[in-house]
Design a protein around this ligand. Structure first.
Ligand code: GDP
Ligand code: ZN
Length: 360
């Protein structure tokens, strides 16, 4: 294996320099297990663990390696293991809010060049959902491509592709049929040597079928990789970097059931640039686009230049962001409160000790 095959590039070489001087080697994270990582190095697969330093200095889950990350390792080739000493800066990263009560960022995939937003052209076709995936992908820093699968089940592929084009400005759209293997050749362009593609989309849209077709005859690989997942194929929570025989890699992510976004508002609302531009023309700066006079959005809705459904998606996204902000604030306040409680307790203890006439 050669680092370039794994997507190594000059900018990474720059960040890696100081670690190379310490005798560390670069490797790429292919899988995350419970307490270890499968990394791909110049000398093949190694099972790696993070160093105590990485663990100690991590301020959250996002500081731990994720699938696709480049890391600096101390390899122990003879035992096929390694210690991860640092994460190299992510060129792109795809994250979501951690499911559950805590608001924390979880990186699903790092250093992805292109995200395939896979949607089915069957009864499941849903423009609003595609719009939300686009917003998510926009935030990742990776380039987006919409893959409309199951074209064989659709009578009006062009109409649907046109509809997607209207919400995905400047994003390539490729109708394909994974089972009939039609339209797949254009996708190879994104899967070239050293390039990393992540597949995103709801369960059942055909991501596994697509990956199988990229793997060609080597269909076993996907299944083999998933065999160790006792929950079976469709509930897998493993994310995996898979090397393709023709060069290039794919990262398979499980269907995103919970589309709660972890993001900063500015980059996210980029997908709604048109609405933001309209809003900037409202007469009042704090226009809520409800009944205010001189509201550019209301007038665009009236004359049909802005689609009502699209505006609803925008509002929904804003609501979600506000919800997320509140949760983040709550968490920050809790951490802050706990910190002050500790400080107060310590100072009470000190005061007591002083009163007793001797501290320590
Ligand atoms: P995943 O959950 O996204 O990985 O979806 P799968 O690859 O497991 O596919 C879900 C179902 O859709 C399977 O029954 C596939 O055979 C079927 N499927 C996948 N691609 C196509 C396609 O292009 N056309 C049709 N008709 N069915 C497809
Ligand atoms: Zn307005």
């Amino acid at each position: 294996m050669n680092l370039a095959d794994l997507g190594w590039r000059a900018s990474l070489g720059e960040s890696f320099k100081p670690y190379g001087k310490q005798g560390l080697r670069p490797a790429r994270v292919a899988r995350e297990d419970k307490n270890s990582y499968l990394v791909l190095s110049e000398r093949g697969e190694l099972m790696a663990e993070v160093s105590g330093k990485v663990r100690h200095e991590a301020s959250g889950r996002a500081d731990f390696p994720a699938v696709g990350d480049w890391v600096a390792i101390q390899p122990r080739y003879e035992e096929a293991s390694a210690t991860i000493h640092t994460l190299l800066p992510r060129i792109s990263s795809f994250s979501r809010k951690v499911a559950g009560s805590q608001t924390e960022e979880q990186v699903l995939a790092a250093n992805v060049d292109t995200v395939f937003l896979v949607s089915g052209l069957d009864g499941d076709f849903n423009l609003r959902r595609i719009e939300r995936y686009l917003a998510l992908a926009w935030n990742s820093g990776a380039a987006s491509v919409v893959v409309l699968n199951k074209a064989d089940l659709c009578a009006d592929v062009d109409v649907k592709a046109e509809q997607v084009a209207s919400i995905a400005l400047g994003v390539p759209i490729h109708p394909v049929s994974a089972v009939e293997r039609r339209g797949l050749d254009v996708l190879n362009e994104y899967l070239g040597h050293g390039k990393t593609v992540a597949l995103l989309g709801s369960s059942g849209v055909g991501k596994s079928t697509l990956i199988n077709s990229f793997l060609g005859t080597d269909r076993q690989r996907v299944r083999a990789v998933r065999q160790d997942d006792s929950h079976g194929r469709h509930t897998t929570t493993h994310r995996e970097l898979i090397l393709l025989p023709g060069g290039g890699m794919v990262i398979d992510t499980p269907g995103m059931r919970e589309l709660q976004m972890w993001t900063d508002r500015e980059r996210l609302t980029g997908t709604f640039d048109d609405i933001e531009a309209l809003a900037s023309r409202c007469r009042f700066r704090n226009c809520k686009h409800e009944r205010e006079p001189g509201c550019a959005i209301a007038s665009a809705l009236r004359d049909g230049t802005l689609d009502a459904g699209r505006f609803q998606s925008y509002l929904k996204l804003q609501r979600e962001l506000r919800y997320l902000d509140t949760r983040t604030d709550q968490k920050a306040r809790m951490i802050e409160a706990a910190k002050w409680k500790r400080i107060a307790k310590a100072s009470r203890k000190n005061a007591k000790a002083r009163r007793r006439g001797g501290y320590r």
